[in-house]
Design a protein around this ligand. Structure first.
Ligand SMILES: [Zn+2]
Length: 306
């Protein structure tokens, strides 16, 4: 049995002894199964692992569903799941924070969480569809004005972006007070190496679209922004990507805060940081990482799909 194939996208907590014995194998790694007895597999597995781990597919586009209706359902499911994951990570802060997903049929519209519903309670049926003027065109609840001010400008400026995540996470906010971009000091943090910006202004709640326009302009073609005295913002070609980058970025802020509290962290060389950026900044990896948490969450909280 090929553990690499079977478990590459499965949460460790989900692996049971029965799974280890059931002889299932991943189609991706089927070629390393030739009927050899289990005792003989260790050598074969080692060889197969080395030979068959695919090159990181950096260029692959996210999978799309066959119809706009199916793609919309997929994006909404990921969106509702992402809010519940954000709640688990402690990224909720009262009514603050929003994640949006562009509608696949009407690209000027996007799906968003309703105002004043706790992230941990959001269901697919709670999501709102806003048009380009911020009007709710689907859904029964009210929207968050700041969500429209910030997210609509990014959806407008970045055709490549499907999802935008923004929340007032503890570590992201603490780091934002330092008014500095993140340094390449931890491999995962290199997902943002040369791929994030500091939005170095603060004018209170973002209730006007003007400020959203400036955030979008500062973000440019990058993956993420640190909003001074405010929080973090990430984007992705899927909701899963944007959500995973947000989780990774908040942790990168936490790790740099910890490292700098303990001493002077050693910076990676440009070569090291570039290598880590290719590996840990890979969007496919982000999508896989999100997927395993999505599966776990849906199993534990199936009402998220209601
Ligand atoms: Zn905010």
């Amino acid at each position: 049995m090929c553990l690499l194939g079977k478990y590459q996208c499965v949460d460790f907590r989900h692996i049971s002894w029965g799974d280890l014995l059931d002889g299932q194998m991943s189609p991706r790694h089927a070629s390393c199964h030739t009927g050899t007895a289990l005792a003989g597999e260790e050598t074969m597995m080692t060889k197969a692992t080395v030979e068959e781990v695919p090159e990181l597919d950096l260029e692959a586009l996210p999978e799309r569903q066959e119809s706009a209706t199916a793609e919309r359902a997929y994006r909404k499911r990921q969106l509702a799941v992402a809010f519940r994951l954000f709640a688990r990570y402690g990224f909720d802060e009262g009514v603050a924070g929003h994640i949006t997903a562009r509608d696949p049929e009407f690209p000027n519209r996007f799906w968003v969480n309703p105002y004043a519903v706790h992230f941990s309670r959001i269901k697919v049926s709670d999501l709102l569809l806003l048009d380009e003027n911020g009007k709710v065109v689907e859904g029964t609840r009210r929207s968050n004005k700041a969500a429209f001010s910030i997210h609509s400008t990014i959806h407008e400026a970045r055709e490549d972006v499907v999802a935008v995540a923004h929340a007032h996470s503890i570590h992201g906010r603490a780091w934002s007070a330092l008014s500095r971009p993140l340094d390449p000091i931890i491999q995962e943090a290199c997902a943002f190496h040369n791929d994030h910006v500091l939005f170095d202004e603060y004018k209170g709640l973002v209730l006007e679209r003007d400020e959203g326009v400036r955030i979008a302009a500062r973000l440019g073609s990058k993956r993420a922004a640190i909003l001074r005295h405010h929080g973090l913002l990430t984007v992705g070609r899927t909701v899963g990507e944007a959500a995973w980058w947000f989780i990774t970025m908040d942790r990168a802020c936490q790790m740099q805060l910890l490292a700098e509290a303990a001493g002077t962290p050693r910076l990676m060389t440009e070569e090291e940081a570039t290598l880590a950026a290719r590996q840990f900044g890979n969007a496919n990896m982000a999508r896989n990482n999100f997927q395993l948490m999505e599966e776990l969450l849906i199993e534990q909280e199936p009402d998220v799909l209601d």
